[in-house]
Design a protein around this ligand. Structure first.
Ligand code: NAD
Length: 663
């Protein structure tokens, strides 16, 4: 059989999933039998389908009339000979192995021998269901997500005896339904996406149980640092604490989580009948039962916990699935994006976080919990051994541009596409800005500006300092006219201010005098929590000379700028953040990772629109609002001539990530 031969589709079970699957099949032009054991449920399923079709029609997502689509669906109470001309059946009955086996044995009896029998089970082994039939080669998992009409992903999974042909036809049918299928080659209960989500939940539970973080901190990191649409506990509240409880219970029975007991936090909530949104209280409190309001989470809560701890277990699981040939890298990542709504695949996250950091986090989680599931997968340890650490070494689960490192006299230039790091490298002098350093910086900026593979530049310092400022030792011999002519630092600072790529100052330690002036010209300042910032020129009888008296008041206001400049006192990173002098503060022990994370996020955007945004902000800020707005609207209009806008809009409509080329 080929997918073209499928004309009639039978859906068994007309509940939450079944009615949606029947709707999709009918929209895609198939004749549909929809079966259930209750006439009331069948009637309500037809109403729900009609309602959903009316919404799709309002949004212009279907062209045919509602009646035409509805006319393709025939409801059937129970199962009888009427369905014996179905070519493909999708079972979405109650999640119980005895019920499913009964249904499958009946289907085997009624349906023609060429028909494929798919199950939408979430957690039961396909192989066990197939045993109830005489055609185990034609039994397959076809896992839709809720609501099937809106969710793009379908996981196709083979049981032990499922033939390649059956899997392929099922995959093709999912495509004909307008879905994005992924292929799972072995029967692993839970498929791919829920197994990975399960590991995110396990790690999140341990972090709270062992008091590494509280549940709001876990959620804040998930939302703000990892870009999840919902925090981990927020999602549990949303889908129901009872659901999480029963899923864990059934997983225990299926041996998915060998040594992992049910999460005590979930068990506690379950026993207190605090089931989440549905009861009005779970981990968070809602206005009333069934009334969902997004829980408020201050951004600062995301600062303490290392994000890799939430994802390491999931990466480990994904690595195992990949190593054992259960699913491909691209399918796993696609599944995670479409099934969980994450902005990136799990392997993309891993490459960004660094495979070495993932392995270290797994060791930490194992030490905390004692669970062997956190033993790093051989694939991960092998990657660490081969220095395949992800983006920072140019290869991990994916391959990136080659990492190049160039050592100049006073700088290290690290090109790690799409990022370039300029590392001020006179650590013994706290990276003081001598003429050679300034000149090398100037030239390096020019070189990097011309490279298409570099999307974002980061300036940071080696050792304890970002830069402690100008080299004072050279001052003593200077005449006033020499100082005025000493334009070099000023020129570099101005070059940075209007540079055509985003520049981030990664303020790893002291940023004083000229060092702070350099940082202030950058687009974004990220400070390590140990950084100290100041304009101490007044202490030797001078004032800032590379824009400090101009940029500082614009960032922090005149009063605070004067306080800093008049006293020459240093401020901590935290105070600098409160004043608006730095834009983010990151923990010292993962400073580089945090800077990289922010930089990579920016590097994904269109370089042209980033430049347009920068120019509109910088030039608008220095003129009046009328000129600024005119500039903005002109740039706005010009962007519509770019290929990047075309790509951006297209990707948005196709619900995928855009690939901007800067054209
Ligand atoms: P549901 O309870 O809403 O629907 C199940 C339906 O099956 C009910 O209407 C019931 O009357 C009917 N049924 C029971 N025995 C039957 C039989 N012998 N013949 C015909 N119909 C029968 O459940 P649901 O949420 O739609 O889940 C259905 C299946 O889909 C389960 O296997 C579940 O694990 C899976 N699933 C659910 C979700 C989800 O989010 N709800 C997501 C993916 C997969």
């Amino acid at each position: 059989m080929k997918v073209e031969d499928i004309k009639k589709v039978l859906v068994v079970g007309a509940g939450t999933m079944g009615h949606g699957i029947a709707e999709i099949a009918a929209i895609s032009g198939y004749k549909v039998y929809l079966s259930d054991i209750s006439q009331d449920i069948l009637n309500s399923a037809l109403e729900r389908i009609r309602w959903s079709l009316s919404k799709l029609r309002e949004r212009g997502q279907i062209k045919e009339s509602i009646d035409t689509i509805m006319s393709r669906i025939t409801t059937i109470l129970g199962l009888d000979k009427t369905v014996s001309d179905a070519d493909f059946s999708i079972e979405a009955s109650t999640e119980r192995i005895d019920i499913k086996r009964q249904v499958f044995s009946k289907l085997d009896e009624l349906l023609p021998s060429h028909a494929i029998l798919a199950t939408n089970t979430s957690s039961l082994p396909i192989t066990k269901i197939a045993e109830a039939t005489k055609r185990p080669d034609k039994v397959v998992g076809m896992h839709f997500f809720n609501p099937p009409v809106l969710m793009q992903l379908v996981e196709v999974m083979k049981g032990d005896k499922t033939s390649d042909e059956t899997a392929k036809i099922t995959y093709d049918l999912a495509k004909r339904f307008g879905k994005q299928p992924i292929m799972i080659n072995k029967d692993v209960p839970g498929y791919v996406v829920n197994r990975i989500l399960g590991q995110i939940n396990v790690a999140s539970c341990i972090l709270v149980e062992k008091k590494v973080a509280d549940y709001r901190e876990v959620d804040a990191v998930a939302r703000y640092k990892l870009g999840f649409p919902m925090g981990v506990y927020e999602l549990i509240d949303y889908t129901g604490v009872d659901v999480a409880y029963y899923v864990s219970k059934s997983r225990e029975e299926l041996g998915i989580r060998d040594d992992i007991p049910i999460c005590s936090l979930i068990e506690q909530k379950f026993k207190n009948n605090e089931l989440g949104v549905k009861t009005g209280k779970g981990f968070y409190t809602y206005p009333g039962p069934g009334k969902y309001v997004k829980p408020e989470l201050p951004k600062e809560l995301a600062d303490k916990l290392n994000p890799v701890l939430i994802l390491a277990g999931a990466v480990n699981e994904a690595a195992r699935l990949l190593r054992e040939g259960i699913a491909s890298r691209d399918d796993i990542d696609l599944g995670v994006r479409l099934g969980l709504g994450l902005p990136k695949g799990i392997f993309q996250y891993a490459d960004e976080l660094g495979i070495d950091s993932v392995v270290k986090a797994l060791e930490d989680l194992k030490a905390l919990s004692g669970y062997s599931v956190f033993s790093p997968d051989p694939l991960l340890t092998q990657m660490v051994g081969e220095n395949k650490l992800g983006i920072k070494t140019g290869s991990g689960f994916y391959t990136y541009g080659k990492v190049e490192e160039k050592k100049l006299n006073t700088l290290i230039i690290r090109i790690e596409p799409p990022l370039a790091w300029i590392i001020l490298n006179r650590p013994e002098r706290l990276n003081a800005l001598n003429p050679e350093l300034v000149s090398e910086l100037d030239k390096s900026l020019d070189e990097l500006e011309g490279r298409n593979d570099v999307r974002v530049v980061i300036i940071t310092g080696n050792g304890r300092a970002f830069s402690a400022g100008a080299d004072v030792s050279s001052f003593i011999t200077l005449r006033p006219i020499d100082v005025i002519r000493l334009r070099t630092l000023r020129n570099v600072v101005n070059k940075i201010a209007l540079y055509t790529k985003p520049i981030i100052a990664g303020i790893n330690g002291f940023a004083l005098g000229g060092g702070l002036e350099l940082a202030m010209a950058c687009d974004i300042r990220i400070a390590s929590e140990v950084a100290q910032l100041g304009q101490p020129e007044i202490n030797i009888g001078i004032i800032p000379g590379a824009g400090g008296t101009q940029r500082l008041p614009k960032l922090v206001g005149k009063g605070k700028a004067k306080l800093m400049i008049y006293t020459g006192d240093m401020v901590s990173a935290e105070d600098a953040y409160k004043m608006g002098l730095v834009d983010l503060v990151a923990p010292a022990n993962r400073f580089e990772e945090e800077v990289r994370r922010v930089a990579l996020k920016i590097a994904e955007k269109s370089p042209i629109s980033l430049l347009a945004a920068k120019l509109a902000i910088e030039l608008g800020y220095e003129s009046n609002i009328w000129i600024g707005q005119t500039l903005e609207s002109t740039l706005f209009g010009l962007l519509f001539t770019t290929k990047d806008v075309e790509e951006g809009v297209k990707a948005f409509l196709e619900k995928r990530k855009p690939q901007f080329k800067g054209e």
